[in-house]
Design a binder for this molecule. Structure first.
Ligand code: IFM
Length: 451
């Protein structure tokens, strides 16, 4: 047994997002978001669940900051609800919304916790969806205006900024598969959304630089799954390549190479996004860090019936079982994907963060209310070691954020999956730290773990 120490100053944290925890969906002048609208429609979300109350974090944030402190977290990644601070999606800000985030950031700083401010975790103001949402180029300008308001409000004290969380999910689950808000099924709109998100990212980074934000940093968060061809046949290998291009290169190539992956563009033909002159240059604006979210891996197989991508990924690739989401547990995929970035984008790649990783587990409290979530501990342990493998192989990984601090609203799956280090009793809103909370606390204190 050897002790795996992480680099000095390694940033251990936890992540959440506004819609998943805040609740208070229509309080204090907050505008409606596309997730409010989506959840209030029938048959969109499991059990008809909504984020109307969620973890009631909007009213209980003081208690939640105390939990972060008890965890010894070095950093906290949270998102701003755009419609809470700018209910009309543009123009007049909502002072009560701004004050909520100001108080949160001040309390974090006072507790010695580094705030990582995520500007967009999927809750677009509904008014902007009504004018076309992300496929409408005007939404790019609206986003930059909103981001600038937040730089103005928190720029003097927030050292890390994230433009978008998981643009792949926003584009393809929101606009192509319709599983997520706004629930649209149109691949052309999805590719245009991907392009506009990247453009909004680039313009926001430029606006951030123009403000000269005194040493603070800005980046983006991309989600990945590790794909492997189901067989060694050329058809399966090509399908796997398309999978990788669709999930990873579609976003990472423009950001770090200034161009879209050609094989994918040829494949999607007329569905490819409309690109104005200079867009690619703007998207290619250098950023300070990149976040990667990793949970699982997949086999990929060629299938002519696999819609426009001609592949299917019929089952996940288990190494040591499945999580409560049905996702295969494959920590080696985390190492492989960090190395994929490192090797493919080389010197154009900024330092990286593992910006989300965690698992939904069964989490049944015993008669004393104790949640002995050994499955989650085993999952995190194996993934921490996988991250350490990547660091040893040369990846410049600066931090690791566990998803999530609290059990919360898991989008179309509602409240059934529980991802938290802290259990939330949704009837009483009581917070109960699980065993994994104590375990992670010790990892943070030790800055490492035993193999
Ligand atoms: O809950 C989500 C989060 O909002 C984005 N990344 C994946 C998590 C688990 O599904």
């Amino acid at each position: 047994m050897a002790f795996r120490e992480f680099p000095e100053g390694f940033i251990w944290g936890v992540a959440t997002s506004s819609y998943q925890i805040e609740g208070a969906w229509n309080e204090d002048g907050k505008g409606e978001s596309i997730w409010d609208r989506f959840c209030h429609q029938p048959n969109r979300v499991a059990s008809g669940d909504t984020g109307d109350v969620a973890c009631d974090h909007y009213h209980r944030w003081v208690e939640d900051v105390a939990l972060l402190k008890a965890l010894n977290a070095r950093a906290y990644r949270f998102s701003i609800s755009w419609p809470r601070v700018m209910p009309e999606g543009k123009g007049k800000p909502n002072p009560k919304g701004l004050s909520f985030y100001q108080r949160l950031v001040d309390a974090l700083l006072e507790a010695g916790i580094i705030p990582f401010v995520n500007l967009y975790h999927w809750d677009l103001p509904q008014v902007l969806q009504e004018t076309g949402g992300w496929p409408n180029r005007d939404t790019v300008e609206r986003f930059v205006e909103y981001a600038d308001l937040m730089f103005e409000t928190l720029g003097d004290r927030a050292p890390y900024w994230i433009t978008f969380n998981e643009p792949w999910v926003i584009s393809f689950l929101g606009y192509a598969d319709g599983m997520m808000a706004p629930g649209i099924c149109d691949y052309t709109q999805a590719y245009q959304t991907a392009h506009h998100l990247l453009l909004a990212h680039g313009k926001t980074v430029q606006a951030f630089r123009e403000r000269g934000n005194r040493g603070s940093k800005i980046g983006i968060v991309l989600n990945v799954e590790y794909p492997a061809p189901e067989t060694d046949s050329p058809a399966d290998r090509d399908a796997c390549q398309r999978f990788l291009e669709q999930y990873v290169s579609l976003f990472a190539d423009p950001l770090f190479k200034g161009q879209y992956p050609q094989m994918l563009m040829d494949w999607i033909g007329p569905m490819a996004p409309k690109i104005a002159p200079d867009d690619m240059k703007v998207i290619h604006t250098p950023m300070d860090f990149m976040g990667m979210n990793y949970y699982t891996a997949r086999w990929v197989r060629y299938s002519p019936a696999g819609h426009l991508k001609a592949f299917v990924s019929p089952r996940t690739m288990p190494m040591s079982g499945y999580t409560e989401m049905g996702w295969g547990i494959y920590p080696a995929g985390l190492t492989a994907m960090l190395l994929h970035y490192h090797e493919n984008y080389g010197r154009d790649l900024p330092p990286m963060f593992l910006s989300e990783n965690g698992c939904a587990a069964r989490d049944v409290p015993d008669e004393n209310g104790v949640v002995a979530d050994w499955e989650r501990i085993a999952y995190l342990r194996s993934h921490f070691l996988a991250a350490s493998d990547a660091i040893r192989a040369g990846v410049d990984l600066r931090g690791y954020f566990v998803w999530s601090l609290l059990d919360n609203f898991e989008w179309a799956e509602g409240y059934r999956p529980r991802f938290g280090l802290v259990r939330v009793d949704y009837k009483t809103q009581r917070r109960i730290p699980k065993k994994s909370f104590e375990w992670y606390r010790q990892v943070i204190v030790d800055n490492g773990l035993w193999e």
